[in-house]
Structures are given as structure tokens and as C-alpha cells.
Design a protein around this ligand. Structure first.
Ligand code: CP
Ligand code: NVA
Length: 304
């Protein structure tokens, strides 16, 4: 049966651990300059309904590195943009390609695509989830901090796609995760219910509370793609949520700060904090490439 990656919880803890180990292997291989082309003659369709820099380029380069071919499809320039149903697009693309990645608004589009496609479907970001990002984030944490079991991880900001995928990671690995969002901007309710059962998950509206003793602090934009019209009202609602030096005093001295990018300086993250942690933030961006190569290889060829 084909596998999909529509959200992090599509895969088991063991499968995710395998992907993280494989990411390390593929990163080392690439840095050593060795060729590794298990996806020769394989094709990946990439549908974009929203803007992207990292996701597009890391999937394109990743697919080429593995010997395959990426096909970029801007939804507005395809029949999808003119209303061709997802279920028809799924059945057509399945006949040309070996996997489909989609960046879209509604998670329902990702789920419909996965249901109707006979090839693996990857969620490259929806309004609800951003699982490829969290795969890279988990790997970046393991590179910098080792085993995640005893780490305190904090997420401060909007209860958006990145926050939801972080909560999925906490459920998968039983992580010690604290999430701070303003009232009215909480993550997905169903996910929160599941996460709260673990006893290692905290939801608060106090950023200092979430960051207290943290080894890792994460944030993301306050207005995601599609929410541009709410930018100003969100700036008011998120007052006090900027990751700045004062807030970071609550974290451990050797804390690392992560941001999936693009970053809005002096909104969700202070300029000096961003620059101080820029090495790890750009390492995190680089790791999208290595983690997605592991994912593509596994979804298209299986584990080796
Ligand atoms: N982090 C991330 O997904 O970046 P892009 O929007 O540039 O793809
Ligand atoms: N939450 C952001 C992430 C961008 C990579 C958005 O959806 O716009």
C-alpha cells in the first residue's frame, strides 16, 4: 500500500526515527560530495497554491540530487486554478509521476489528493499543518542537542500550521512541549485534547511560562499566508509575544532559537535575537533539503 505524508501523525514513531537517521546519513553523503541516485527516472509533481522559497527549492534540489525530476506547478497556471477538481488532478498526475507534493490552503485539498492519487502525497504546508518543516526541525534539534527525551521545547506565537505540527511531534515522541498563544489564537482543538493526555504538554497564554527553563524556543509569523488582511489586528493581539532578550532570560543559558522562516524582524522575533541564533536558523532551513530527501526516498522507494 502506498504511504502518504499529509501530516506528521501519518507516520509512526519508528518511521519518523528512521527518517531522522536517514536524514543524517543523506546529509553526510551530500557534504562528502558522493552521488546517491536511487530515484533515477522518478518524477515528483509539486503543486503550489501559495508562495514558497524553501519548500520549492529544497524539494527541487532534493529530487535532482536523488536522480529524479521535479515538476513545478503553480496552481494559477494550471487547470487546478480554473476549477478542475482535485480528484481528477490526482488521477491524472498519478499516471505521469511517482509522488505529488502540494502546498495549499485547506487540509481537505491535501486529504482529497491523497485519497484519489495512487502515488504518495506530501503536504508541503496547508493552513492546518506543516509536517515537512517539523521533520527538519526535529533533526536540527537532534544535531544541536542530541536526544530529545529530556529537552524542554517551547513554541511561542500563533497557534498555526507550524504549532499544530509541533503538537503532532509532541504526541508522536511524548515530548516536553509548552505552547504559548494569545487567547483566541490557540492551536487545533482536537490536537490539543490529544496532547493534553500526555502530561508533558502545556498550553498557556504566558510566553514567559512557556519559555521557563527551555532548551529550544520556536516561533513563527503572527499572520500566515492567507491571513494578510488580519496583520494589524494580530500585531495588537500578539503584543508581548516577541522573542526578545528579556523573554529569553527565562530559557536555559544554552537555549537555541528556531524559526521556520520567513521571519518578520521585531514582530515575532527581535532583530538581535534573530541574528544571534542565525547559524542554527539557517541550519534548520538547510535541513529541509536533507530531511525531505529522506522522505522522498522512503515514500517512493521504501526503506533500504
Ligand atoms: N519554511 C518554509 O516553508 O518556507 P517557504 O515558505 O519559503 O517554503
Ligand atoms: N505559518 C506560516 C509558515 C510559512 C512557512 C504560513 O503558513 O505562512
Amino acid at each position: 500500500m502506498k504511504k502518504d505524508f499529509t501530516k506528521l501523525l501519518d507516520i509512526s514513531k519508528d518511521e519518523c526515527s528512521y527518517l531522522l537517521e536517514r536524514t543524517a546519513f543523506l546529509k553526510k553523503l551530500r557534504l562528502s560530495g558522493k552521488e546517491h541516485r536511487p530515484l533515477k527516472n522518478k518524477n515528483l509533481a509539486m503543486i503550489f497554491e501559495k508562495a514558497s522559497t524553501r519548500t520549492r527549492v529544497s524539494f527541487e534540489v532534493g529530487m535532482r540530487d536523488l536522480g529524479g525530476h521535479p515538476i513545478y506547478m503553480s496552481a494559477g497556471e494550471t487547470q487546478i486554478g480554473r476549477g478542475e477538481p482535485i480528484k481528477d488532478t490526482a488521477r491524472v498526475l498519478s499516471r505521469y509521476t511517482d509522488a505529488i507534493m502540494i502546498r495549499t490552503y485547506s487540509q481537505n485539498n491535501v486529504d482529497q489528493l491523497a485519497y484519489w492519487a495512487s502515488v504518495p502525497v506530501i503536504n508541503g504546508l496547508s493552513d492546518l499543518y506543516h509536517p515537512c518543516q517539523i521533520l527538519a526541525d526535529l533533526f536540527t534539534i537532534s544535531e544541536n542537542k542530541g536526544d530529545m527525551t529530556d529537552l524542554k521545547i517551547a513554541y511561542v506565537g500563533d497557534g498555526n500550521n507550524v504549532a499544530n505540527s509541533w503538537i503532532e511531534a509532541a504526541i508522536l515522541f511524548d515530548l516536553n512541549l509548552s505552547v504559548a498563544t494569545p487567547k483566541g489564537y490557540a492551536p487545533d482543538e482536537a490536537l490539543l485534547k490529544r496532547a493534553k493526555k500526555s502530561g508533558r504538554f502545556l498550553l498557556t497564554s504566558d510566553p514567559a511560562d512557556a519559555i521557563e527553563g527551555a532548551d529550544v524556543v520556536n516561533t513563527d509569523v503572527w499572520a500566515s499566508m492567507g491571513q494578510e488582511s488580519q496583520k494589524e489586528e494580530r500585531k495588537i493581539a500578539f503584543d508581548g509575544y516577541m522573542i526578545d532578550t528579556k523573554l529569553l532570560k527565562h530559557a536555559k543559558n544554552n537555549v537555541i532559537v528556531l524559526h521556520c522562516l520567513p521571519a518578520h524582524r521585531n514582530e515575532e522575533i527581535a532583530e538581535d535575537v534573530f541574528e544571534k541564533y542565525s547559524d542554527v536558523i539557517f541550519q534548520q532551513a538547510e535541513n529541509r533539503l536533507h530531511a525531505q530527501k529522506a522522505l522522498l526516498e522512503w515514500l517512493i522507494k521504501g526503506s533500504s
